[in-house]
Design a protein around this ligand. Structure first.
Ligand code: SF4
Length: 407
């Protein structure tokens, strides 16, 4: 399906950096195996929900399912995840059906949602929209397993909700909208409920003015985490200047960096690394595939490791030479991800779930707003210094820890 210039999925970007929408049109759209797998997962989910919500002949369903199962992205594991999502949507349909006595919920799948009342030419596609008098439910499937996506303040879902309200407010008196993101691979479900007047106020005060700027290609360029999926991210001057700003920091004496300065560098380091990788990937692609010669740089063959030309011939030769199978083969259990793929999620849990452990991860520094609980490094430091020796109680230990860390 064609995408709107001001699509809901890129809305965080154009709401924060309005000129990005027009700038991006200078770059070709690209896909990835992850995106293609996500599209396939949506098709499977839609089919299963269509069977549940409409009158569909069994032979028709079996035929469509059979075709999907031949797709390169089909696996038992993927189907288990989609079943999990489908079960969740069924629950929400039941909930909606029992909301108003005598009223059956209106369920729409892969519905085109038109929010052009606030955003020029704006439309998107909602995976699931459930409508009853008073209540609108928007459910979005995200098949990725990178990071859990929160529904709180999620502009993509809020635009879908605006579109659904625009499409159906003539037929239903809607006062509340609930927006939900379901990420079955992360066992993550995030919801936000909002009174419709709040959504409409946001649309008028925030969306409409920014969308008008974005549609005209006007407004201020502004960098942030929304740059990550911008097609201009490698060559955008604003992002380059923002990333390089650190080098212009006016560090004063003393010669060693202070704690505040190191904290400032940590804050920027992630952004600089991401930006530098984007520029490197872009420059390599241009040199390798488009004949671009960057001044002072050349394309060479990278380092590589030795490998067998043909494993079976090598094995035969070794056995003929008198080496045993035990010597030349290394028998290893499949890794957890591959094993889960082989068994399917439910079977995996049933057969070996009790034998899976998750060892503590290596400590990492993250910003204070990160949701993970803080590790108690001061207690560890105290143990390393042996300061608990000779202490009688917790209070004495606590005082000593504070002394060690200078608190
Ligand atoms: S890279 Fe960032 S700052 Fe540059 S156009 Fe894209 S979103 Fe805007």
């Amino acid at each position: 399906m064609a995408h709107a210039l001001l699509s809901a999925s890129s809305s965080k970007r154009w709401l924060n950096c309005p000129p990005s929408a027009r700038i991006e049109t200078q770059f070709p759209e690209s896909s990835s195996p992850y995106a293609d797998e996500g599209t396939f997962a949506h098709s499977l989910g839609e089919l299963k929900l269509r069977k549940y919500t409409t009158v569909m002949r069994k032979s028709e369903y079996d035929n469509e399912l059979h075709n999907l199962m031949k797709n390169q992205y089909y696996s038992k594991e993927l189907e288990d995840h989609i079943d999990n999502y489908v079960d969740f949507v069924k629950e929400k349909i039941h909930e909606a059906d029992s909301r108003n006595p005598g009223e059956k919920a209106n369920v729409l799948l892969e519905q085109k949602l038109d929010y052009s009342l606030w955003v020029p030419e704006g439309f998107g596609t909602g995976d699931v929209v459930i409508i009853t008098s008073g209540y609108l439910d928007i459910i979005d499937l995200k098949y990725g397993k990178g990071v859990p996506v929160s529904a709180e303040g999620n502009t993509q879902l809020q635009l879908y909700a605006l579109g659904a309200y625009n499409n159906f407010s003539m037929l239903y008196d809607i006062h509340t909208v609930r927006m939900t993101i379901h990420q079955p691979r992360l066992d993550s479900i995030s919801s936000q409920e909002m009174p419709i007047f709040e959504l409409l106020a946001w649309a008028d005060s925030e969306v409409r003015p920014k969308a008008e700027l974005a549609f005209k290609g006007e407004g201020e360029l502004c960098c942030g985490d929304w740059c990550r999926f911008c097609r201009a991210k490698a060559t955008c001057r604003a992002r380059a200047e923002d990333s390089l700003e650190l080098t212009r920091l006016d560090f004063k004496k003393p010669p060693l960096l202070t704690q505040e300065e190191i904290a400032e560098i940590l804050e920027k380091a992630e952004q600089i690394q991401a930006w530098a990788s984007d520029v490197q990937a872009y420059a390599l692609d241009q040199a390798e595939n488009h004949g671009v010669k960057w001044p002072g740089w050349k394309l060479v063959e990278g380092r590589s490791n030795r490998k067998y030309k043909d494993d079976s011939i090598v094995a035969d030769e070794l056995l003929i030479a008198g080496y045993s199978e035990e010597q030349i083969y290394n028998k290893k259990l499949l890794g957890i991800t591959d094993m889960e793929k082989l068994l399917g999620k439910k079977n995996f849990e049933a057969v070996i779930g009790a034998y899976i452990i998750k060892p503590p991860g290596k400590p990492v520094l993250v910003v204070e707003s990160d949701k993970r609980p803080e590790l108690n490094s001061s207690a560890k430091a105290a143990q390393e210094f042996g300061v608990f020796a000779g202490t009688k109680n917790m209070k004495e230990q606590h005082d000593k820890v504070k002394k060690v860390i200078g608190a």
